[in-house]
Write a protein that binds this ligand. Structure first.
Ligand SMILES: Nc1ncnc2c1ncn2[C@@H]1O[C@H](COP(=O)(O)OP(=O)(O)OP(=O)(O)O)[C@@H](O)[C@H]1O
Ligand SMILES: [Mg+2]
Length: 224
């Protein structure tokens, strides 16, 4: 039987983004299938973080279409839809972890759910803490964690509510090679579990983990 072609999960159509007079993204076109593991590369300043921020609903394009699943991300989106999108549909992982220093590891993981008033499964919380090797650290504050532990905490935070899309901006940029390997194994497992992942990296080795690589060159995307 012929398999029916699924519509793309993410569609970017002629996406443009400027900061004052500088146009950074100059007509980005991209389709991402469900459960793709897309690697985004490009020179420093080429607009990788800018593009991720548009996909994460943290900023909006000046023109063009940004559509993720059912959600069209533009400045007309109602606040409640944007909050739902940012807490339940996407999880974001940053190079510098972005943990709150005054909260314990466990409190950091549940913070987005608490802020958005979303119920989470306490058994899932405990199983993530265990799976990521954080049981003995769960009541520690970030300053007492290693970089690898902080990043595993940040990944647990991003996936507690099972978002369909995980956006990761140089998640191994501040880690040594052993911790980079551990973190990339976590992303591979999340991909195997069915998540769609878009990951920015400067590392050729890490770029090989993905199912597809695209590069931003002069504000446009080039397939590798
Ligand atoms: N909020 C902002 N206001 C003004 N300019 C910005 C803003 N955000 C990004 N830029 C500019 O847009 C360009 C692209 O920045 P971006 O952070 O997306 O690059 P990048 O590809 O992620 O670089 P890196 O690899 O160094 O992280 C840079 O020239 C940056 O200075
Ligand atoms: Mg960046």
């Amino acid at each position: 039987m012929k398999k029916e072609k699924q519509p793309p999960f993410i569609i970017l159509n002629d996406v443009r983004k400027s900061f004052s007079e500088y146009e950074i993204l100059k007509g980005i076109n991209l389709e991402v299938a469900d459960n793709e593991f897309l690697i985004l590369i490009g020179e420093s300043g080429s607009g990788k973080s800018t593009l991720l921020s548009l996909l994460g609903g943290q900023d909006f394009a000046n023109s063009g279409d940004v559509v993720v699943g059912e959600t069209r991300l533009d400045s007309n989106i109602p606040n409640s839809d944007l909050l739902h999108y940012r807490t339940k549909i996407t999880g974001f992982v940053y190079q510098d972890f972005n943990l709150i220093p005054t909260l314990t590891l466990k409190e950091n993981i549940t913070l987005p759910a608490e802020i958005s008033g979303t119920d989470y499964n306490p058994r899932r919380l405990d199983s993530l803490i265990e799976k990521f090797g954080l049981v003995e650290h769960q009541n520690k504050f970030p300053e007492n964690l290693s970089g690898g532990e902080m990043q595993r905490t940040a990944i647990a935070r991003s996936i507690l509510l099972r978002p369909r899309l995980i956006l990761a901006d140089e998640p191994t940029g501040n880690l040594d090679s052993k911790n980079s390997q551990i973190v990339m194994k976590i992303f591979k497992d999340l991909h195997d579990e069915g998540h769609t992942i878009i990951l920015v990296t400067h590392s050729k080795k890490i770029a090989k983990s993905g199912s597809k690589i695209v590069e931003i060159v002069n504000g446009k995307l080039k397939k590798k």
